[in-house]
Design a protein around this ligand. Structure first.
Ligand SMILES: *Cc1c(COP(=O)(O)O)cnc(C)c1O
Length: 390
């Protein structure tokens, strides 16, 4: 093509074909669309999630790699990666519900999800009933003819109630309902809800999956191909799908997920146990402790109990605030699941929209401190916590 002008040459870069070798790491396919030789292949790609790549909002090889990786970890038939955890949750709920439908959700919910469900009720004509996360009888009693979906979280925030996934998902299935489980806090290393009868798993991959506090993302994983195709279609319409660079960062982070989870859990066990023995602490909420109301259920469901816990100080709110401004290593910040230890005050941040009565019903005190434990050396963390307590 020696006759081309420079203006044309700079637009059409050469792309050497890969022959006999391939990249070790998944490449970032930073392109919004794909080129076709055959118009019928182009048409085919538009209509399904597993066809040839056409346009970035529908699918992208880097994003597909992440989707297949998470579907593989969770044991699903397919997955849709989204721009955030809320993108996954919204795609699933809006994709499965329509006006007039009824949703059953557990009481203790991630703040963004709780707000989203309120909007479904006030703006989209969907009704909701709340049940405890460990009461299949209450779930059965809440079922109505128009009930479509049950929404659960494996481990809830911030007092870490554990859902009775086998019991709740079985009750949902008996009633012909689709059960959706937010598995963000457990990660597929500690729990695979599809194995316990769930139909859909959602993640904020912003948290443990990516693990390095540098990317936002979400993933929804489906037990059946039918649900996968239905929600993929809706996520594409919503424009909720993931960007290749975010997918790439998540894939890169996921390579150390099992190692990180092991350390998150071990560090949390140590901190929770030591804090439970500390005179300034009145309660520690972590399902690995025998004193936690979910302990018995957690032991049956989970091999270990995750990297998030919360605790209450004898001095209430003032003591909680003093603690949070006294830590030096732990960072006062939102989010969780990253390598750094982060703390926050649920009553004024993540759960600020709850009334005092709702806070109490969720087991959150005025002085409760939530800790998302990182992978630092445990003695450095303990030195920081003990100096902040004194
Ligand atoms: C963070 C989080 C979400 C929302 O995810 P984003 O990536 O922030 O949109 C949903 N569920 C749980 C349990 C979370 O921790």
């Amino acid at each position: 093509m020696s006759e081309l002008h420079p203006e044309t040459r700079v637009v059409h870069h050469p792309q050497p074909p890969l022959e006999g070798s391939r990249p070790i790491a998944v490449p970032i396919y930073q392109t919004s669309g794909f080129v076709f030789e055959d118009p019928s292949v182009f048409a085919d790609g538009m209509s399904r999630p597993d066809g040839p790549f056409v346009y970035g909002r529908l699918s992208n090889p880097t994003v597909r790699s992440l989707e297949e990786a998470v579907a593989g970890l969770e044991g699903g038939a397919g997955a849709v990666a989204t721009a955030s955890g809320m993108g996954a949750i919204n795609s699933v709920l809006l994709g499965l519900l329509k006006p007039g439908d009824h949703l059953i959700a557990q009481r203790a919910l991630y703040g963004g999800t709780a707000g989203m469900i309120n909007d479904l009720v006030t703006r989209f004509g969907i009704t909701v009933s709340y049940v405890p996360e460990d009461d299949p009888g209450a779930l059965r009693a809440a079922v109505r003819p128009e009930t479509k979906v049950v929404y659960l979280e494996t481990i809830a925030n911030p007092v870490t109630q554990v859902a009775d996934l086998p019991g709740m998902c079985a009750a949902a299935r008996e009633a012909g309902l689709v059960s959706v489980v937010d598995n963000t806090f457990a990660s597929p290393i500690l729990c695979r809800p599809l194995e316990h009868g769930a139909d859909v798993v959602v993640h904020s991959s912003t948290k443990y999956l990516s693990g390095h506090t540098d990317v936002l993302g979400g993933v929804a994983v489906f037990a059946s191909d039918e649900l996968y195709r239905k929600v993929w279609h809706f996520a594409v319409e919503l424009g909720a799908t993931a960007d290749p660079f975010a997918a790439w960062l998540t894939l890169r982070g996921m390579q150390t997920l099992p190692l990180r989870m092991e350390r998150h859990c071990a560090n949390t066990r140590e901190l929770a146990t030591r804090l439970a023995d500390h005179p300034a602490v009145t309660a520690v909420h972590w399902p690995g402790l025998p004193s936690h109301p979910s302990h018995e259920l957690a032991v049956k469901l989970l091999p270990d109990f995750g990297g998030v816990f919360s605790f209450d100080l004898a001095g209430g709110r003032a003591a909680g605030e003093r603690f949070m401004s006294s830590v030096r290593l732990a960072l006062l910040a939102p989010s969780l699941g990253g390598v750094e230890t982060l703390i926050l005050h649920p009553a004024t941040t993540s759960h600020r929209s709850l009334t005092a009565e709702e806070l109490a019903r969720h087991g959150i005190g005025e002085g409760t401190v939530r800790v998302a434990v990182g992978i630092e050396h445990i003695e450095d963390l303990w030195a920081d916590f003990s100096q902040a307590l004194s």
